[in-house]
Design a protein around this ligand. Structure first.
Ligand code: GLY
Length: 370
């Protein structure tokens, strides 16, 4: 895929950026208008990972999940195909997943031990690494939009509980009644957990967190994640989804990641930022004379971005660390070169990806679309 000032050569991707000034423009992720027409986009989404068995899922239920994933993927892809921003695409994909009771985010969120739904979300813009996050929200229909408003209209990154609610009201977010979020299936999970002294893993079987990552045609990446957390959470427990660096991270110089899984382990490993940091370290820059330098005195910077295999191996290695500690789950990522990658150490992850190169797929179980 050609992207901005980046052209594919051999196994990796090489970019030649011609600058009179130092190479800071590239280093800050600016793209070159003259190349924008041939720039590509990509997007990946997830709806949670966990113990998923194809033999225990009816064809009707599978079709329902696939239809929901496809609708969310299409919503995000449309934004990108129209030249919209990665930030808008991420939200366009996450909002329908938050509204869909099949997933543990927004409507259909799991219950706390006390029988409430408390929602977490975060979002990050790879252009400038601005970020917004909320936790313990109870009356905002689409927490991902509130997280973005924290990013754009507050001096802060992370708001919790009552304060986040107050900020939402001041920003004009409508009060959504608790009944909107509550579903019978999630209530039964809590009841079983309480009656049988089960763990949330026994009753959930999967982490239904939702998320999206995107690369737009302007060369910018973004990531967002939204969740109800884990069934029976108590004492104000917060998972990885709203924690920047754990569940969500985006930086134009490395990648964008959204995670789903056993949040405590993802926080301990710092999964999202760890993957991006390793990819940034594996990116190499080289100064050389420009091949078409008519004026003289300018120079070019060639950029060797990690290829798809390196990106996959990097994500897999970080997920292996999660597994070694005893955690499970998965991640989605996109790179500035346009690779859309899945990595998970569970038997399934609800997921999808699409690119300007014609990739368009949704999948649920291990071994599919990888
Ligand atoms: N990964 C979602 C959570 O642990 O809350």
């Amino acid at each position: 895929m050609k992207h901005a000032i980046i052209a594919a050569i051999g196994a990796g991707l090489i970019g030649l950026a011609q600058f009179i000034a130092p190479a800071a423009a590239y280093a800050h992720g600016q793209s070159d208008d003259t190349h924008r027409a041939e720039a590509g986009w990509s997007i990946a989404i997830h709806g949670g990972a966990g113990t998923l068995d194809p033999d225990r899922m009816t064809p009707e239920r599978r079709a329902a999940y696939e239809a929901s994933l496809q609708a969310a993927l299409d919503a995000g892809a449309r934004v990108l195909a129209d030249g919209g921003s990665a930030m808008d695409a991420v939200q366009a994909a996450i909002v329908p997943l938050e509204d869909d009771p099949l997933f543990n985010a927004g409507r259909g969120s799991v219950f706390t031990w006390e029988g409430t739904n408390e929602l977490d979300a975060s979002i990050m813009d790879g252009r400038d690494r601005s970020a917004g996050a909320v936790t313990g929200v109870t009356t905002v229909r689409n927490p991902i939009q509130l997280a973005d408003r924290v990013r754009t209209d507050s001096p802060h990154v992370f708001l919790m509980g009552q304060g986040a609610e107050q900020f939402a009201r001041e920003q004009g977010f409508a009060v959504t009644p608790p009944e909107w979020f509550a579903t019978e299936a999630r209530r039964e999970s809590l009841d079983r957990m309480r009656a049988n002294a089960l763990s949330s893993l026994d009753v959930d079987h999967k982490f239904g967190t939702v998320g999206a990552v995107a690369l737009d045609t302007h060369g910018n990446v973004a990531a967002g994640t939204s969740t109800g957390g884990m069934t029976g959470k108590r004492w104000g427990r917060i998972g990885d989804a709203p924690v920047i660096g754990a569940g969500t991270y985006a930086d134009n110089q490395s990648c964008a990641v959204s995670a789903t899984g056993w949040g405590e382990y993802f926080i301990r490993v710092g999964v999202a930022q760890e993957i991006c940091t390793r990819l940034r370290i594996q990116t190499t820059f080289r100064e050389e004379p420009c091949p078409d330098d008519a004026i003289g005195g300018s120079y070019c910077v060639s950029v060797q971005l990690p290829d798809a295999e390196v990106a996959q191996d990097t994500a897999d290695a970080v997920m292996d660390e999660v597994a070694q500690l005893g955690g499970d789950g998965g991640v989605i990522l996109v790179t500035p070169a346009g690779h859309a990658i899945f990595s998970f150490n569970t038997t399934g992850m609800y997921r999808g990806r699409a690119t300007s190169e014609g990739v368009n797929e949704v999948a649920i179980f291990s071994g599919e679309a990888r």
